[in-house]
Design a protein around this ligand. Structure first.
Ligand SMILES: C[S@@+](CC[C@H](N)C(=O)[O-])C[C@H]1O[C@@H](n2cnc3c(N)ncnc32)[C@H](O)[C@@H]1O
Length: 384
């Protein structure tokens, strides 16, 4: 099965990510040994050998999944999808006795029902085999041999083999969600964007469920975020090489170091702190992180220089006076207590710096789910 992937020499893969994360993911791919890297929209294309593909799955922090592209086309009629899929040589990819499932992401006015294109695709694959062999492959939603990805955006169709299965950002440590938690892949991307790799102290003044703290601890200790996972889609393929996977895990384990820095989080809400503690314990990062149930005003810098990364409360989008006051107090507190540190603050309002009374050196745009967010860098100068 997957003859196409028996020889990795010419294989091109696509790693999917959140909008704005492409360059950060490209750098991660480069560091982990991928080659011929090219960024796209919410995606990065690359080539790699089998061992690197396995390594990417356990170690990438900012990717959501990796796909091996099969078909890219433009359609203008809904049913054209059926012909497009049926004309592909599916026996290069699977045999009639192999089970499969289709995961689809459809964002197109061509289809009223978002599940319909996946049904068309399934029928086309089954008809392809039925006409050739008199038999059709079965669907298995729980444990298929092959997961196919169907993406339709406007009239562009993208079909590929999902090498990953469950999304990579579901790291399994989040037993508590809390208020507006940030996804693990975006949290890691934002920390990597700051340039911090664990060389100085790290503080999150609004830590909520602790996502920044956990991702920071994993970055500082060089821990691969999915090292314990044993259900990647490629493990079902006939050409899966368990010996290579074991070697990849061993090598990743050997890279782990004990960070010598302090990682501190605080939140005013006792439930958030309780939940963050549960998440941190589950992640295995408890030795590196200290938590405080207090308002940010009680937190002072833990060394001469360090980095603050925080997702500020912004649900009310600065409409309420209390949130404006909170931003004003925060700006004042940073200048008073965190001179020579670098603060990186995530907000949903471009105007936040007016209320903080701090001038950002740079502001970068990202998407937290569907919300556009602004990640601003404030180097904190001494008070006078
Ligand atoms: C947007 S959430 C942070 C979400 C977090 N990044 C996560 O992934 O779960 C903002 C947090 O700020 C906390 N908060 C609000 N006012 C605060 C204050 N004065 N000091 C510290 N934390 C505060 C809230 O309890 C909430 O958990």
């Amino acid at each position: 099965m997957i003859e196409l992937l028996d020889d990795f020499e010419d294989a091109r893969f696509m790693a999917k990510c959140q909008q704005g994360v492409e360059e950060i993911l490209a750098e991660e791919l480069h560091q982990l040994g991928a080659r011929d890297i090219k960024t796209g929209n919410r995606a990065v294309f690359f080539s790699c050998d089998r061992k690197t593909l396995y390594r990417l799955h356990i170690s990438l922090r900012t990717a959501q999944k990796i796909i091996y592209p099969l078909i890219e086309a433009t359609i203008d009629q809904p049913k054209q999808l059926y012909e497009l899929v049926k004309s592909f040589s599916w026996d290069q990819v699977m045999k009639v006795h192999h089970t499969f499932k289709i995961d689809s992401v459809v964002n197109s006015s061509l289809y009223k029902h978002t599940l319909y294109p996946a049904l068309l695709m399934k029928d086309a694959i089954c008809d392809y085999f039925r006409e050739k062999n008199g038999k059709r492959p079965d669907i298995d939603k729980d444990n298929p041999k092959l997961i196919l990805y169907l993406g339709i955006r406007k009239n562009k169709v993208f079909i590929g083999i999902d090498t990953t299965g469950e999304l990579l950002h579901r790291r399994k440590y989040r037993v508590f969600g809390g208020q507006a938690p940030i996804k693990e892949d975006l949290a890691a991307a934002l920390i990597l964007k700051t340039g911090w790799r664990g060389e100085c102290d790290f503080v999150d003044l609004f830590c909520g469920s602790g996502t920044f703290l956990i991702e920071a601890a994993m970055i500082a200790s060089r821990r691969s975020p999915n090292i314990s996972r044993s259900n990647f889609a490629f493990m079902q393929w006939n050409n899966y090489d368990e010996r290579i996977m074991k070697q990849v895990i061993r090598e990743a384990e050997e890279e782990v170091i004990q960070p010598k820095i302090k990682i501190t989080g605080c939140d005013i809400n006792p439930k958030a702190i309780e939940g963050a503690k549960r998440n941190i314990i589950k992640s295995g990062m408890i030795s590196w992180i200290s938590l405080k149930n207090t308002s940010f005003e009680q937190i002072k810098k833990t060394s001469n220089n360090g980095v603050i990364v925080s997702n500020l409360p912004y649900e009310v989008r600065l409409k309420s006076v209390s949130t404006k006051d909170l931003y004003k107090l925060l700006g004042f507190h940073l200048k008073k207590e965190f001179s020579d540190w670098d603060a990186w603050l995530l907000t949903a309002d471009k105007k936040s710096s007016e209320f903080l009374k701090l001038k950002p050196q740079n502001t970068y745009e990202f998407f937290n789910g569907k919300i556009k967010v602004y990640f601003s860098h404030y180097p904190i100068m001494s008070f006078n």
